[in-house]
Design a binder for this molecule. Structure first.
Ligand code: GLN
Length: 598
């Protein structure tokens, strides 16, 4: 199937067929270029390359080399040392202007020849061949293949490089170059003669778009801080004396070369390369500029284009009272939660958390001032460092206000820098566990703590309403059972086995999925009971019950119930009444919260 992106790129190439401009001729070897050759390549940051036209045809890279050598100088010497030699100010000059900034005495930037020759001199390594080998290898790591020099272009340019030679000697005179100016000149002219095709250039651009990691090989070539620096200089100076026009009309950091190439970088998205040898009066490919303007407009590639505002980080926000955890709570605990859970809030976040997204979250939480918060980041794709810092700040503010955020982050997108320390937020694999944690915390704050921190069999609705006589009979009939972690207590499908009162620990009811996987449905703690629901389901146990950790139960078995019903009808009536009351109580709560409490 043909890709619509490919179709679009072909159609745009067809529409930009202007034959304005002249092939560069001051370098004799370039004058022979076929003026009508045309190629376009677009490389995505995940390494897919679309090409149109003659994308494999080779030509010398020329000034498109400048950002890459500048990058190597930055990476070899550090920003400060490079800044001491070359400024980052747009010059508005032609690329080969013989000038230094009058105030600083340094070349204005590394995209014009004076700055580029200086950057070439800052590449580390023994002068001559070894240093150039590093340059060649460096470019190759951006392109993702080994590159070579077009020796004809090199010697042709070196023999006629009077202007660049003048620039190099001027640089030496002002001690911007410290070594032999001829050597820096040769190094620079040689880097300009490195032979590339349009696909190479698109991948080199995409490496910058990808924050310095080559999209196909996956190798980190350049540190992100240097990428930012290089792209900034490209944006302000890459198109020489038409840099202002370019950034307004196209809006991407770019670099052109006199052989007819242009690269443009859309950070985070694509690297673009066009090749067409006819140049406009600024020395930029005429058709290349036209095509980039069209693409930027059609495909909304302008960096200043506001696509969507990032104010949607909080996709959902509701009080904790709307999401009772699946834990069955005894009445007293439920009453505490009914009263207090409305002042705690669940925040569901999504998308990429950059500065604006994090700000939105922080503002929502500050506005609510929740007693406790659940921050659910399961749908968050990526978190910028600035967002991490903001969320950490939010956590301190919450703590100062006596609050705490339970974080639901099963994929670890937040990378809490405090993980494993006492400062870390409580982290949970799923929302229910976080909600449960908040409920327990509310019970500690406003009640006697969650039921599993107490033992209150006597409080159990099945037992507490019984007369002392009936209670004695039932107590005698109940068996004391213990289970260890994960042990099966009741199996789904088994006949009604009796009523089980949790004395200590936790029992979990699970439903078997179609693939035999267990879905955790309800957790039951002291103060609750299970097994009796089978009475409402043709006497069949519908869920499997396992121990979650050590578990102690009191069981009034089906046989005991039958025996009491036959032998002591008085006790039986009390017992059944208590069971019915408990059943209605659960049904009522389920109806009110709208949450199924299996
Ligand atoms: N090697 C060429 C020069 O210095 C590069 C110029 C360019 O591509 N703009 O003149």
């Amino acid at each position: 199937m043909r890709s619509p992106v490919q179709e679009y790129l072909e159609s745009i190439v067809d529409q930009c067929r202007s034959t304005d401009g002249e092939v560069a001729s001051y370098i004799p070897e370039l004058a022979d270029a076929d003026p009508d050759r045309f190629a376009l390549a677009l490389a995505t940051v995940d390494g897919h390359v679309y090409t149109v036209g003659d994308a494999d045809a080779r030509y010398s890279i020329q000034s498109i080399s400048k950002p890459f050598t500048y990058a190597l100088a930055l990476s070899d010497q550090g920003t400060e040392a490079v800044d001491a030699k070359v400024d980052v100010e747009p010059s508005g000059d032609a690329f080969n202007e013989i000038s230094l900034a009058s105030d600083t005495g340094r070349p204005r930037n590394a995209m014009i020849n004076a700055g580029a020759i200086t950057a070439a001199s800052l590449v580390a390594g023994d002068s001559g061949e070894p240093r150039f080998e590093r340059v060649l290898e460096w470019y190759g790591s951006f392109a993702g293949r080994d590159l070579e020099v077009d020796e004809d272009v090199y010697s042709s340019e070196l023999a006629t490089a009077h202007r660049n030679r003048a620039i190099a000697h001027m640089l030496r005179e002002f001690q911007i170059l410290e070594g032999d100016p001829e050597e820096s000149l040769a190094q620079y002219v040689r880097q300009c003669a490195i032979s590339v095709d349009t696909r190479d250039l698109a991948l080199m651009a995409a490496t910058l778009a990808n924050g310095g990691v080559q999209p196909v090989t996956g190798t980190r070539v350049l540190e992100t801080t240097s990428v930012e620096r290089v792209l900034s200089v490209m944006a302000t100076c890459g198109m020489y004396d038409s840099a202002g026009d370019w950034i307004s009309a196209v809006g991407m950091p770019a670099k052109s070369g006199v052989s007819g190439g242009i690269i443009a970088v859309l950070p985070g998205q694509v690297g673009l390369a066009v090749f067409s040898p006819r140049l406009d009066s600024h020395g930029n490919s005429a058709r290349g500029v036209e095509l980039c303007e069209r693409m930027s407009r059609d495909m909304e590639m302008h960096l200043m284009h506001v696509g969507r505002s990032s104010n949607t980080a909080v996709r959902n926000r509701y009080p904790l009272s709307q999401v009772a955890s699946r834990r069955r709570r005894p009445d007293a605990d439920q009453a505490v939660l009914d009263e207090h859970a409305g002042r705690s809030v669940v925040y569901e976040l999504h998308g990429d958390l950059l500065f604006a997204g994090a700000e939105h979250v922080v503002r929502a939480v500050v506005e609510d001032a929740p007693e406790l918060a659940v921050v659910d980041v399961r749908r968050v794709d990526d978190v910028a460092d600035v967002a991490r810092v903001a969320l950490r700040g939010l956590r301190s503010m919450l703590r100062e206000a006596g609050s705490e955020a339970a974080v639901v982050d099963p994929h670890g997108v937040l990378h809490d820098p405090d993980a494993g320390t006492e400062h870390a937020s409580p982290f949970f694999e799923d929302r229910d566990s976080a909600v449960r944690w908040c409920e327990d915390e509310l019970l500690r704050r406003h009640g006697d703590g969650p039921a599993d921190e107490r033992a209150h069999v006597d409080d159990h609705p099945l037992l507490r309403g019984l007369s002392p006589d009936a209670r004695r009979v039932i107590d005698d009939a109940m068996e004391h059972l213990t289970f260890t972690d994960d042990e099966l207590v009741l199996e789904a499908g088994a006949p009604f086995a009796g009523v089980h009162v949790v004395v200590s620990g936790t029992a979990v009811a699970t439903v078997e999925g179609p693939n035999g996987d267990r879905t955790h449905a309800v957790a039951m703690n002291p103060g609750t009971s299970f097994g009796e629901l089978a009475l409402g389901a043709d006497d069949v146990q519908e869920t499997s019950i396992h121990a979650d950790g050590d578990l102690t139960l009191l069981r009034l078995s089906a046989e005991s119930i039958d025996r009491i019903t036959a032998d002591q009808p008085q006790v039986a009536v009390e017992m059944w009444r208590a069971m019915a009351r408990d059943g209605y109580r659960m049904a009522d709560r389920a109806l009110r919260s709208g949450v199924e409490r299996g």
